[in-house]
Ligand binder design. Structure first.
Ligand SMILES: [Zn+2]
Length: 143
């Protein structure tokens, strides 16, 4: 991964589990349904939340309506060529435009979105965007 983004992730003052999660997102080392399908572990590639799009890292963390609602609640803008950007390029873009404290919040949002996805996928528990927003505010205030 590019060294600038790498050092920014490494420099976040958050638990290492969050940094590891970011590293996995950047390197596509997470078991999204598209990833599982590519490895012939799953047949269905659709997002377990919206059932419309293929589930890859960018869909779970950025493009799914659920993720968009969370980002909107935090008033983050997105790049003009958002749809075509890789997750890595998007995260670089976000980190370039925000100070350290905001980068920390961005990291926690991404981690919380992935956890919400796993809770839905593995336990069938549906969280609302509000639940994620409330969690992120609470978590960040304790960091
Ligand atoms: Zn979706």
């Amino acid at each position: 991964m590019d060294t600038r983004l790498c050092s920014r992730v490494g420099g976040l003052s958050c638990p290492s589990k969050i940094k590891i999660a970011l590293w996995k997102f950047i390197n596509q080392f997470v078991p999204t349904k598209l990833c599982l399908s590519n490895k012939r572990i799953a047949n269905d590639t659709h997002s377990p939340r919206c059932h419309v799009a293929n589930e890859d890292v960018s869909h779970v963390l950025r493009h799914c309506a659920f993720a968009r609602n969370v980002w909107l609640a935090f008033h983050y803008g997105c790049p003009s060529n958002d749809v075509r950007m890789s997750f890595k390029d998007w995260l670089s873009w976000m980190f370039d435009r925000h100070p350290v404290r905001k980068r920390l919040e961005i990291a926690v949002i991404l981690w919380a979105l992935w956890n919400a996805r796993n809770t839905l996928y593995h336990e069938g528990v549906i969280q609302g965007a509000r639940d994620v927003v409330t969690f992120v505010h609470g978590y960040c205030s304790e960091l």
